[in-house]
Design a protein around this ligand. Sequence first.
Ligand code: FAD
Length: 417
Amino acid sequence: MTHYSAFRLFIEGLRDQTGWTRAWRDPPPKPAYDVVIIGGGGHGLASAYYLAKEHGIANVAVLERGQIGLGNVGRNTTIVRSNYLFPENNLFYEKSLQLWEGLEQDLNFNVMMSQRGVINLYHSDSQRDVYARRGNSMRLGGIDAELIDREQVRAMAPILDFDNARFPIQGGLLQRRGGTARHDAVAWGFARGADRHGVDVIQNCEVTAIRREAGRVVGVETTRGYIAAPKVGIAVAGHTSHVAAMAGIRLPVESHVLQAFVSEAIKPVIDCVVTFGAGHFYISQSDKGGLVFGGGLDGYNSYAQRGTLPEAEHVLKEGVALIPILSRLRVLRQWAGVMDMTFDGTPLICKTPVPGLYLNGGWCYGGFKAIPGSGWCFAHTIAKDAPHALNAAMTIERFRDGGTIDEKGAGPFPWLH
Ligand SMILES: Cc1cc2nc3c(=O)[nH]c(=O)nc-3n(C[C@H](O)[C@H](O)[C@H](O)COP(=O)(O)OP(=O)(O)OC[C@H]3O[C@@H](n4cnc5c(N)ncnc54)[C@H](O)[C@@H]3O)c2cc1C
């Protein structure tokens, strides 16, 4: 496989780009594997990569019903950060952020990691106290966090409305190491990396049933035939509850629609990520110049990757309240993805009641930033048949046992819908 480097670019330029090889193979499914991962999104591909790289388990297939990169991994707004309140989450997301920081060298692939800083704005004294608490919790875990005042926010993001805002900005919680990465490059980078270690990335192969014998998983039925495997990992994001049901498991997960928007390209106006504290709105600027922004869930359960106009209107209203110049811009593109929401806003990376079946899901709004850390922990859980300390609390049983990790209730808010 071609090693990507500046020297290689130079050589290929001289010989008319004829020496590049495929980034990953397109193998037919084998009858049996040591591990099958269902879902070729960011989490499935990263899990396969770390299974091979960290645990030497390379007889692995990633089964993707469509093409890799077309699910949520290619539909999100690309924000990476580790600014969570509870140690069960912030230490996990910090591991992920640290993996992001070395990912390009590790994968030999440009994922366009840009640590441009993430600011969560606060608009009242009580909100400042909440963010101070969150920042303190992060710092106790060794994670960078700074509480900044209004003038410091103005210096970093002058296009926000500081003069006549409906919800005046008082300051923000800043994580300088947070930022963005290129979404589909992450899928391609992990696919290429996994393939390099011998993993089969199999596209157009939908899992239609999970076969069990004497209660144990023995393989999966697919649209390309039966594939045997003593260990099967589910990493299908918005379809988590649907696929888990194939093994008779009912999960505390709802699927909801989340939209994203990109404006026409303009000169650089904002070089950090900003989240609105008085509504659900966040924004950054892409390398092409488009303003990339999003907001809350659509508010009803669906598997349609479209989104509705009332929520689009709501997001744009919140955006204009924070950044009035947005009202002069045209929205070029809008799309949606299907989110697998747990009720406490914390994911699931765990064993299941079915021996040999492992679960990775419940990513809510935030699974992009989690991709390297989640893959790393899920690979550990599958390889050792036991969780790593970083994902030990992310079980299904926490809902039964009252051990929920209520990350400011970032779940689906079922009472609102
Ligand atoms: C609009 C939007 C904005 C977002 N913004 C952010 C953000 O800024 N930061 C952040 O951290 N997170 C963000 N997220 C969340 C993040 O994108 C997701 O949590 C994460 O990508 C989900 O994991 P994945 O990449 O593995 O999912 P996916 O890419 O959806 O992968 C799952 C795959 O499983 C496949 N699949 C499903 N069923 C089957 C089957 N039966 N057989 C075989 N394959 C199957 C699907 O085709 C899909 O490709 C956002 C999401 C959306 C929609």
